[in-house]
Design a protein around this ligand. Structure first.
Ligand code: URA
Ligand code: URA
Length: 239
């Protein structure tokens, strides 16, 4: 291609960027047909073409829809709903399990000890928390940080799935067993066997890794999560 032509294309892209459009919905290769309902595919396709501002609006509308939620028993003892936080146009979305004590008080994901480790990982990747999006499978704290129960996950999972479909990040990183098993609908998956490999979540590459709370207890495994993060960076051309 002539350098004039390349310059033209660059100018058009810079114009789009200046207008706040940071995604151009181009499909080069037809996606493999999937068994998903046509309705869902249409919604995903519509979400895929959203601008960051539209994503922000839809995330806010979804938050409104959740309201002062009492759909499951976790609502009885929570302080704040922890919806999710970060850039609606994020290229990477981290999904944890559920809020802990500090998150329940602040209404923000991963702001306690485990959150500090996650923040350090994100920074080591050359990003800040405000560049990524962080959410959880359940949005209210399970008492004493017990695992969320099946009925609680079943009630809440639709919300994080809709957040993921609005954001449509280039990669989803699941933190720990619950997020992995829930998003991939497979209770048999084990984190130690699954981590470090990409899976498919509705057309989005999903990288499972350890939960930062696990890494606080098992610091010898931190390098494995760093290796997983490097695969993510490689996948989206960050390194
Ligand atoms: N652990 C999680 O899974 N999520 C949080 O937000 C905090 C700790
Ligand atoms: N078990 C979990 O639930 N999560 C981890 O990250 C590691 C072991």
């Amino acid at each position: 291609m002539s350098s004039d032509r390349v310059g033209d294309i660059r100018s058009v892209l810079e114009f789009y960027e200046a207008m706040g459009i940071d995604r151009i919905p181009v499909t080069l290769v037809e996606a493999k047909s999937s068994a998903r309902a046509p309705q869902r595919q249409r919604q995903d396709a519509a979400d895929a073409a959203l601008t960051t501002d539209e994503k922000r609006e839809r995330l806010a509308a979804l938050r409104e829809e959740i309201g002062d939620c009492a759909r499951c028993k976790l609502s009885e003892r929570r302080t704040k709903i922890v919806y999710g936080d970060g850039d609606p146009g994020a290229r990477i979305m981290f999904i944890g399990e559920g809020p802990g004590k500090e998150e329940d008080l602040q209404g923000l994901p991963f702001v306690g000890d485990a959150g500090m480790l996650l923040t350090r990982l994100i920074e080591k990747m050359g990003l800040g928390r405000s560049d990524v999006y962080i959410a959880n499978i359940v949005k209210c704290r399970p008492p004493l940080n017990r695992d969320p129960e099946d009925d609680e996950i079943a009630t809440c999972r639709g919300f994080v799935e809709r957040q993921a479909s609005i954001i449509r990040p280039e990669v989803i990183v699941t933190l720990g067993r619950i997020a992995l098993q829930t998003l991939l609908d497979n209770p048999k998956l084990r984190i130690t066997a699954a981590r470090g490999k990409f899976y498919d979540y509705k057309g989005i590459p999903l990288m499972p890794t350890f939960h930062p709370a696990y890494l606080l207890r098992n610091p010898g495994d931190k390098w494995k999560t760093w290796a997983d993060a490097q695969k993510v960076m490689e996948r989206i051309g960050m390194k």
